[in-house]
Each structure stands twice: as structure tokens, then as C-alpha cells.
Design a protein around this ligand. Sequence first.
Ligand SMILES: Nc1ncnc2c1ncn2[C@@H]1O[C@H](COP(=O)(O)OP(=O)(O)OP(=O)(O)O)[C@@H](O)[C@H]1O
Ligand SMILES: [Mg+2]
Length: 257
Amino acid sequence: MPKLAITGKGGVGKTTLAALLAHLYAAEGQTVLAIDADPDANLGSALGFTPEALARMHPIADMKDLIAERTGTQPGQYGGIFTLNPRVDDIPDRFAAVRGGVRLLVLGTVQRGGAGCFCPENTLLKNLMLHLMVGRREVVILDMEAGLEHLGRATAAAVDAFVVVVEPGRRSLQTAQAVAQLARDIGVGRIMVVGNKVRGPEDEAFIARSLPGVEVLGYLPFSQQAIEADLAGQAIYEAAPELVARAQEIKERLGGT
Ligand SMILES: Nc1ncnc2c1ncn2[C@@H]1O[C@H](COP(=O)(O)OP(=O)(O)OP(=O)(O)O)[C@@H](O)[C@H]1O
Ligand SMILES: [Mg+2]
């Protein structure tokens, strides 16, 4: 039951790939937990949750009472003593919403300070992230920002595969190189690339050539269906069959990772 982290530069298609993989694992009969760890959360929409359902979901980072209860603090209060090992194992089951066989949990914004903010929210979220990677008997797919800093070393090391999404273009490839280096530095096992929005063999060759030594899992074509699914707020899995077939190949190459 793989634990995957999908990363890459802004707008490359992280959320699109995360949603496709989540539905593909669910279609195979696996229990799937999709985690929106991007402060600008929109994985729910790509999974086909309605705006009403999404409006009812609150990011864990904003649950002041829960954070206070678990860390032994007063809601919204900083400083002072709090527990460094708050209970988190019940959070996915309590707060995830379900649609189409996929459970979605929205994490919200992890506060960042110079050396990382040492506060109750971050302690709870970091513990939760670690639990998601080491303590769940289900497929976990994390849709996250480009950086790995906010994951924490132990969590990053527990991820089975970092899937870096790139599009044909220097900027996203530079980000991919930086992510790959960072992942190697913290001892992450598999780092793989998915090329998205490719228009043909030249784009595929450009991506492969630009990332020597990195395993390319596959490519997703530039797809009008993807754009329309996004505009209409439809599940990408339901609205873009041309991407589903290619994402299935990517999933097979991931294997049990
Ligand atoms: N294969 C594709 N073909 C065409 N458009 C695509 C494709 N994949 C994604 N897109 C479009 O590109 C935009 C960004 O995709 P997506 O939200 O998945 O990227 P992201 O990396 O998660 O972005 P962000 O950094 O904002 O979270 C969306 O409008 C999406 O519909
Ligand atoms: Mg996204």
C-alpha cells in the first residue's frame, strides 16, 4: 500500500496526477486516502467533490479547538508548554470526506518561520504527516507544494516514492532538479518524474534529456479534457479518459513501490 508524495513547480499538474492516481487505486479496490497538503487546496475539486461538500470541510490546520485539545494548550495561544507527541491516529477517520471511493483530508497551511515554527499547530500537523506515512494500512497520496522542508525528515524518509511532476520547460525542470537533490540529501528512496502536458515525442525527449539519472515513470499528454474538467469542477478521472489510460500505465510502473 504505497505512500506517495506528488510534488513539482506550481501549475505543472500535481493535483491532476494525484487525483488520477487516487481514483485508479480506488478502482482497483484499494482503500485510498488523498491528502491535500497544499495551502491553496484544490485536490477536492479534481476528485469531483462538489463546492458544497468542500465548503463543509475544514483544514486540520484551522481546527483551533482540536489542536488545543491534542497539544494541551488553550485555543490560539502560543508559547508555554505543549505536548510534542499529540494523538493524531483518529484524525483521518474523523475528518476525511468520501467521494467515488476516495477519502480526502485537507491539511491547510503549515506555518513557516525562519527555523520552522515551533508551535502547537505545526507539532500536530507534523505528527499527522508522519502518521500518514508510517501508520496507515491504505494507499496514501499526498498532493503538496514544491518544497520538502515542511515534511520533516522522518516523514520524507518514510515516503515510498516522490513523484515530481514536470512540464516541458526549463523552469519546472529546474524545480525538479532541486527537489530531486533535496530528496537525495534527506535520504529519500525513490524519486521519479512524470512529464505532463507533453505535446509529442520532442517534449518527452526534452524532459528525459534534462533530468539525467532520474527515473521517468511516464508522460501525460496535453489534454483539452483536463482543462475542461477543471473549468467545470468535474473529477479528472471521469472527464478525461485520455489521461486515465496513461495514468494507469504510470501507476503500474509505480507498482507496490
Ligand atoms: N495534461 C494536461 N493537459 C492540459 N492541461 C492540464 C493538464 N494537466 C493539468 N492541466 C491544467 O493545468 C492547470 C494546473 O493543473 P494542476 O492544478 O493539476 O497543477 P498543480 O501543479 O496542482 O498546480 P498548483 O501548483 O496551483 O497546485 C489546471 O488548469 C489543469 O487543468
Ligand atoms: Mg495543486
